[in-house]
Write a protein that binds this ligand. Sequence first.
Ligand SMILES: *Cc1c(COP(=O)(O)O)cnc(C)c1O
Length: 437
Amino acid sequence: MTTLQECRTRDAQDPLRSLRDHFSLPEGVIYLDGNSLGALPRATPARVAQVVQQEWGQDLITSWNKAGWVSLPQRLGNQFAPWIGAGPDQVVFTDTTSVNLYKVLSAAARVARADHPGRTQLVSERSNFPTDLYIAQSVCQEYGLELVLVEPEEIATRLTPQVAVLLLTHVNYRTGAMHDMAAVTAQAHAHGILCVWDLCHSAGAVPVHLLDANADYAVGCSYKYLNGGPGAPAFVWVHPRLADRPGATFAQPLSGWFGHAAPFAFTPDYQPAPGIARYLCGTQPIVSLSALQCGLDIFTAAEPLGGMAALRAKSLALTDLFIALVEEHCAGHGLELATPRDHAARGSQVCLTRGEGLGVQGVGSGAYAIVQALIARGVVGDFRKGDGGKHLDILRFGFTPLYVGFEDVWNAVQHLRQVLESGEWRKPEFNHLNAVT
Ligand SMILES: *Cc1c(COP(=O)(O)O)cnc(C)c1O
């Protein structure tokens, strides 16, 4: 049995404790939703004001050169590359995850068509994030592939010489379950299948080794664990053996001028830039990229404190503690753990499920209302709807080791216990569904 005092001691001994001061979190809030929208870095408002007032307002168009706007996607990519096990000049921050996924899936489909003509399938997980599946549907239509959706335990057996591309999200957004990237990639490559990894719930949250895992393509989000701000530009990585394949045939399909070999030559014909730069499309959102840099700078500050190994150790300690405290203090209220207990298979979040029929007057699960009641108490997690079948309603809690502490975990669980024991979640105001859950 863990006590509040023990949690406080762990905070006092936490080598990453000082990183919390890099964030501006509202008083009285325990923020367990950094896996959906990261918190505001303290440096961001001043940085954004400087870009707007000085670089834009005063220096105007000269800032493309003078302030280095033109290379910002590449510079941020190089700054962050080590955190996902990528090399220099292999990552750019640009566009959204959905758009980048369209680029890399299309590029993979083009390569597969050239190297293994006759392959007919793109395989993904049925419980993948919806936008990933929507984009995959469009790419399949365009390249004449069939989208085959499987359960996680079926993946190994569904990797056959029929398959052109495998698209997986490293850490599942609902359950927090994590794939073994190196093992799955090796299985896929044994059949000549290209692997596309979505790192939205892993970048900055768990160790990622793209080059060591020999992955082919990766995309990921920067407004979650990277704290770049709402709608911050996503990243894209392509293994150099694929990024540098010569010829426009293998370039990604959104052939805009920022991905051209010489954008300011203004030639009429498209010539892809070498390497990852061809994954840029149009003019970049400089204000958003500048805000993102403040988020990435906190990772740079985490390096001398132990880097990803320290972040991962703390993240697992936080999720272990949350699981143990929920089981100790909140038993008997219909909550079940959906996140793997095995560290090797767990991301940086914990999901609790609640079955149908446990809601007010037996309607729904009550999971949404419990989350709303917690938010009203300043404990911010989120709710993800079940599918009415195998996947139950979920209460989701993200643990960002940069700013969440052990006492936060203790307090969050006490609030959850009180919400459940008092029945306050049954109040009508917590049972009214908002547009964004
Ligand atoms: C958050 C998330 C996205 C978001 O895509 P956007 O284009 O930024 O809206 C995509 N895929 C996964 C797996 C995610 O978790």
